[in-house]
Design a protein around this ligand. Structure first.
Ligand code: GLA
Length: 714
């Protein structure tokens, strides 16, 4: 067919298809997506497009006659009139680079008394190209989970260049953005700035361990810098463990749009005829009483819906990584079980170094990929260790890093093509290792085999899933040339396949997500994990800030916090810091003095009996920030406000100011008791209003003094 004939045929085909998809719309229709204390208000314009009117306080009245500016389109596509940063950019099968999205219908389904799902169906009037905007609202938690489904009904491939999960807008005088950035050992460092005009991008381009330099969550404060207790504040968190982009576009009318989703950078995606691309979900929560409430909303949501085993207590772990590194024998590990028993740990977690035979894992330059127990170190295998632990009443857990391979391994010798790599380029190693190419189903199957074989070992009831490098040569020997840009997206979808198999097949094996510390901390992976390892920096002075950062989005039960000797701080200080998260220990406890050993085991007993449930299930109030003063303070209050635990950490010498708890019931009378070896209070009684107004002296004066204060309603 000649080119001109082809064009005419194409034109007919397109107009025929357009006729199949009528463009009548319900202009003026309102769509409200409420939660207990917020609402997202949308309206279908007379032009059939869906516009965002408001996200925030529920009592907002909006006149029907409001003119809907094109820039306020809810999910703006590129190429047919929209002039700012678009949420969607698609090249249709015929080469047309423009898309228009017109309302077709919407439905709201009640899932249960708390959760409902609104689906708004849009289509391009000229193409069988469909976009469904999905909003799950969790009323009690004030959370809206939003994602987008993009379906290609055309006869040829549609190329997606942008595919945001969500792109809501906000209207305020000023916008203050807090991000959580860092690097290995400085994870979750908070940084707040006032947004100026133009686009501010927070992103990751490294595909795997993608949160290494920043995790995909943010706090947006309207009109003033974020405060714990006051002000309109929005929290956003993307459920995605790969490269992400959070783009904040402040436009010429001082409206702010937050475009959030998979990073479109170098990630063009070919959507085949009949295929649907479902974006990861974005979580939103709004509060008019500061970021403290934003965090509590996320925590409550996470425990009910966002993480594994949200209501189960986390075991107290004894981990051997800082104590032994990879240098251990079977005998040494078994001897550590007795220490675990002595201190009252629930689970012993065997870390890296237990596998590899032709390429033994004695250092980080060999063995990854060969997941058989090293017969020199562990002559009787992993199940023997597990049974020795079990005999002593201790559960047993094991470390894996299933997505990775060392070039020095049987696996790499047999399948060098399974590593992510770029043709004609020398390998660039990270920690002497490469990422396996999970876009290849054979590799995905292998990785699932590693997980399932290891976790099927009799006696294994816990795992730490690590991932110690990112991608900087994103090429696949498996994907065809024109799909190379899809590698990192396909990798992460395949990863979730394996993780969700793990969660479904091993419901009794608890799991900690780790990635060289906090390189994979997001609600995409946390669906399949009970907790995460926030940082290899376990110096309690640094941990206070790191745990503080993560606490903005993740509940304390997910934040693994181990007592170690890093930083050589006083033992009480290290324990008190770890007690404000999911307490564990990483030390050779045989080397502790008898009095330290006794103190550690008393603290663990106290934690399990009186502290753990309040910390893990309670509401968090951040009282004094380690960023602003010589000390940090926080408290947790049980849902019924009958119990609270307050932590104070002195970072530098200073005066002993009273610390004011929050979240108590003003009417209730609380018995106040400082625990864990600091008997400042021994049972005084005061009402919640007085405690919150006058505060409590702490007797913390010197650097590394700390206090744990319990308040129990009478
Ligand atoms: C990463 C983790 C550590 C430890 C080592 C083992 O660095 O963050 O906790 O598991 O790997 O190699």
């Amino acid at each position: 067919m000649k080119y001109a004939q082809f064009l005419i045929a194409l034109l007919f085909a397109v107009s025929a298809r357009a006729a199949d998809f009528p463009t009548t719309t319900a202009g003026g229709e309102s769509i409200n997506i409420p939660t207990a204390h917020s609402v997202l208000m949308l309206r279908v314009g007379d032009d059939g497009r869906v516009y965002e009117l408001h996200y925030g306080a529920p009592e907002k009245e909006i006149a029907k006659t409001n003119v809907l500016a094109r820039e306020t389109e809810l999910y703006p596509p590129f190429g047919d009139g929209f002039i700012l940063e678009p949420a969607l950019e698609a090249t249709h099968a015929d080469g047309n680079t423009s898309t228009d999205l017109i309302y077709v219908k919407h439905s709201t389904t009640t899932i249960d008394t708390n959760v409902s799902l609104t689906r708004i169906e849009l289509r391009d009037p000229a193409y069988p190209f469909f976009v469904t905007l999905c909003f799950k609202s969790y009323a009690a938690e004030d959370v809206i989970e939003q994602w987008t489904e993009i379906r290609n009904g055309e006869n040829g491939t549609v190329t997606l260049a942008r595919f945001a999960s969500a792109a809501p807008q906000f209207k305020a005088r000023e916008y203050w953005l807090t991000q959580f950035h860092g690097d290995y050992k400085t994870e979750a460092t908070m940084d707040e700035e006032k947004l100026g005009h133009g686009i501010k991008i927070l992103d990751s381009k490294i595909g795997v361990r993608a949160d290494r330099f920043r995790f995909p969550s943010f706090i947006l404060s309207l009109n003033a810098p974020a405060d714990e207790e006051t002000g309109e504040t929005i929290g956003g968190s993307l459920e995605w463990s790969g490269s992400f982009q959070l783009a904040f576009d402040l436009d010429f009318k001082n409206r702010l749009r937050a475009l959030c989703g998979i990073n479109p950078f170098a990630s063009e995606y070919k959507l085949k005829p009949g295929e649907t691309f479902t974006t990861p979900s974005m979580l939103w929560t709004w509060s008019d009483s500061g970021k403290g409430q934003v965090s509590r909303n996320f925590h409550r949501w996470a425990r009910q819906y966002g993480i594994r085993d949200g209501n189960k207590p986390r075991p107290v772990l004894l981990n051997n990584w800082e104590a032994t590194d990879m240098n251990f024998t079977e005998q040494l590990i078994v001897s550590l079980f007795d220490g675990a028993k002595k201190i009252g740990a629930d689970t012993f977690l065997l870390d890296d170094g237990w596998f590899g035979n032709a390429h033994p894992r004695n250092k980080d330059n060999a063995g990854l990929g060969d997941w058989q127990a090293n017969t020199n170190k562990l002559p009787h295998g992993v199940s023997f260790l597990a049974s020795e632990a079990n005999k002593r009443g201790i559960n047993f857990g094991i470390w894996i890093e299933p997505e990775m391979v060392n070039p020095s391994s049987d696996l790499f010798e047999q399948h060098p093509d399974w590593a992510i790599q770029q043709p004609k380029r020398e390998f660039i190693y990270g920690r002497n290792q490469l990422d396996l190419d999970l876009s290849n189903p054979k590799v995905e199957n292998f990785v699932w085999g590693v997980v399932s074989n290891t976790l099927s070992t009799p006696g294994v009831s816990y795992t730490k899933w690590d991932a110690n490098r990112f991608v900087n040569q994103p090429g696949s020997t498996y994907l065809p040339a024109d799909e190379q840009s899809e590698l990192l997206i396909k990798y992460n979808f395949a990863l979730y396949g394996v993780m969700s198999n793990m969660a479904a097949s091993f419901p009794n094996v608890m799991a900690m997500a780790c990635s060289g510390g906090g390189g994979r901390v997001d609600y995409g992976s946390m669906k399949y994990f009970d907790s995460f390892w926030p940082s290899d920096n376990t110096d309690p002075v640094s941990r206070i800030k790191i745990q503080w950062g993560f606490s903005h989005f993740f509940p304390a039960e997910t934040i693994a916090a181990h007592v170690t000797q890093m930083g050589k701080r006083p033992l009480k200080f290290a324990i008190d810091v770890a007690m404000s998260g999911a307490l564990g220990v990483d030390m050779d406890v045989r080397k502790l003095s008898p009095s330290d050993l006794q103190f550690l085991s008393n603290s663990i007993a106290l934690y399990k009996k009186e502290i753990r449930d309040v910390v893990e299930q309670g509401d968090l109030y951040r009282l004094e920030s380690p960023y602003d003063s010589a000390r940090a303070a926080l408290d947790y209050v049980s849902a019924d406000k009958s119990r609270a635990v307050l932590f104070v950490y002195q970072l530098k010498g200073g005066e002993d100011k009273s610390v004011k708890p929050r979240g108590l019931d003003p009417q209730k009378h609380y018995r106040v008791r400082a625990t864990n070896d600091r008997e400042v209070y021994t049972g005084e009684i005061a009402d919640g209003a007085t405690l919150m107004r006058d505060g409590l002296p702490t007797e913390c004066h010197n650097a590394f003094d700390s206090a744990v204060i319990e308040m129990i309603a009478q």
